[in-house]
Design a binder for this molecule. Structure first.
Ligand code: FAD
Length: 442
């Protein structure tokens, strides 16, 4: 069938496949050049935070899993640990504000690393490309499962409806806790305390059913059931990220027999090409992130891209401007104003944000350094895109008025995520050609 050649409208966006591909081809080189610059190629993060949800059995020891870190002496001195710990005010003007202590600001959709924490390191992303590492099996499967389980909106809330005991437990476990664990705790308490007692819901059968819904297999969301737009968008983003990671693995596959790196068509067809929803979700995720980048255009236009070299700062600023200018010349790819409009909008938005925060915490459970690095960057990138789209009106995105809105790491993550998605769309087009060539030859 029409592997990898989708046509028509991309669901839940404002555009069709063809126009997104045209746009992606138009700005591909610009994004590629941008992420190579000094400002965008260095990312700071804590790679070794403990998994908060389960005992992870240790890191993958394969050399392709490891990450090469960068010696801070090669970086602008204002970026270094010492400077970040000591200085609270930017020497480089109002727009350069990379130092704020880590905590969730209300609007954040993911955990932003504390840039002055001694456990964080700089990584040169160009030296650590995301590609096949051999990380697979139980550990990788468990992480993906946990990520998809975050998609179970409302289920935990439904379970605890009118149940003060359970609500207290949820508070103790933390709304940022893994909902599956929270749900299990709630159910255990219900059983221990007994149905109908005090504030415990009466219907234990309903609770059993809800728990089993919660544990549904990951691909459950691929059926286009009657689910609200917000939940669909959430699922599409996660699935799009998953497809994009799979695409990079298939595109830069290590053939153990020949000892060579190269694209693996079978891998692509099995993991993505033969699943139209997975394929569509990469386009969806690209369209959403691109819209966020253009929406942040005004903010970025006035942001100081501080690199320690005046000429380079100006160059990066102008490259960002040029990219956004080009992307904005097309119609917006995603309409964020259609979301969070119903009567439960406020609660749903908070839930959406909390679930996404959890996904970023789950990244600490990825058992391969390189995969963890890119998992963290891309969830931060998606989280930043969501924050830009849903937390602010256009006129609030002004660095002079609200300089703390986006930290350097968020901007770096958002553009690198856009680049990875852009490379995924490029890989799909290449695989399409390989597939057609193969069919012709047969
Ligand atoms: P998986 O990709 O593990 O998928 C598990 C299940 O999820 C599938 O069986 C299917 O039911 C469902 N599923 C698959 N794709 C989708 C989709 N797009 N939408 C919805 N459901 C889907 N490996 C590397 O080699 N390099 C990396 O850089 C890398 N980065 C990773 C980053 C993260 C955050 C994680 C969790 C894993 C990473 N891995 C990486 C491992 C890789 O993603 C796979 O888990 C591994 O290759 C095994 O693949 P699999 O075919 O068993 O299915």
């Amino acid at each position: 069938q029409n592997y990898c050649n989708p046509v028509g409208q991309i669901k839940d966006t404002c555009c069709d496949f063809q126009s997104v591909e045209d746009m992606q081809r138009g700005i591909f080189d610009k994004i590629q050049d941008l992420v190579k610059t000094r400002f965008f190629r260095y990312y700071k993060l804590n790679l070794w935070r403990e998994c908060p949800f389960w005992d992870e059995d240790g890191l993958c020891m394969n050399k392709d899993c490891s990450v090469e870190t960068t010696d801070e002496s090669r970086l602008p001195k204002e970026w270094t640990q010492e400077a970040l710990s000591a200085v609270q005010m930017s020497p480089a003007g109002l727009g350069f504000q990379p130092f704020k202590a880590c905590s969730y600001k209300d609007q954040d959709y993911c955990l932003i690393e504390d840039q002055s924490n001694e456990n964080v390191v700089y990584v040169n992303l160009l030296d650590n490309p995301e590609r096949f590492t051999g990380y697979a099996g139980v550990s990788a499967g468990r992480v993906w499962k946990a990520i998809y389980e975050e998609n179970c909106f409302n289920i935990v809330h439904k379970m605890t409806e009118g149940c003060k005991t359970c609500n207290n437990m949820m508070n103790i476990a933390g709304s940022a806790g893994n909902p599956l664990k929270v749900a299990e705790k709630v159910q255990q308490t219900v059983k221990e305390v007994g149905p109908g007692f005090a504030h415990v819901p009466k219907d234990t059968e309903k609770l059993d059913q809800l728990l089993s819904d919660l544990s549904e297999t990951t691909d459950g969301g691929e059926n286009d059931e009657e689910v609200c737009l917000e939940k669909r968008v959430y699922y599409r983003l996660i699935s799009g990220l998953h497809s994009s990671i799979s695409l990079h693995i298939c595109d830069e596959w290590f053939n153990r027999t020949s000892g060579e790196w190269g694209p693996n068509l079978d891998c692509f067809v099995n993991r993505i090409g033969s699943h139209p929803e997975r394929l569509q979700n990469v386009y969806f995720t690209y369209a959403l992130v691109l819209r966020a980048v253009t929406k942040a255009g005004h903010f970025l236009d006035q942001y100081d891209f501080y690199t320690g070299d005046d000429k380079e700062d100006i160059k990066v600023k102008s490259m960002v401007h040029d990219l956004i200018d080009n992307a904005s010349s097309c119609a917006p790819t995603f309409d964020e104003k259609t979301m969070f409009q119903g009567p439960d909008a406020k609660a749903l938005k908070l839930e959406f944000r909390d679930h996404f925060r959890n996904v970023s915490r789950i990244m600490d459970c990825v058992g391969c350094e390189k995969c963890r690095l890119w998992g963290k960057i891309q969830t931060t990138g998606l989280g930043t895109a969501l924050k830009v789209l849903f937390s602010y009106e256009d006129n609030q995105l002004n660095p002079k008025r609200t300089p703390q809105l986006l930290q350097r790491s968020e901007i770096v993550a958002m553009f690198n995520t856009l680049n990875r998605l852009s490379e995924s769309l490029r890989a799909i087009q290449r695989f399409r050609k390989m597939y057609l060539d193969q069919v012709e030859e047969a």
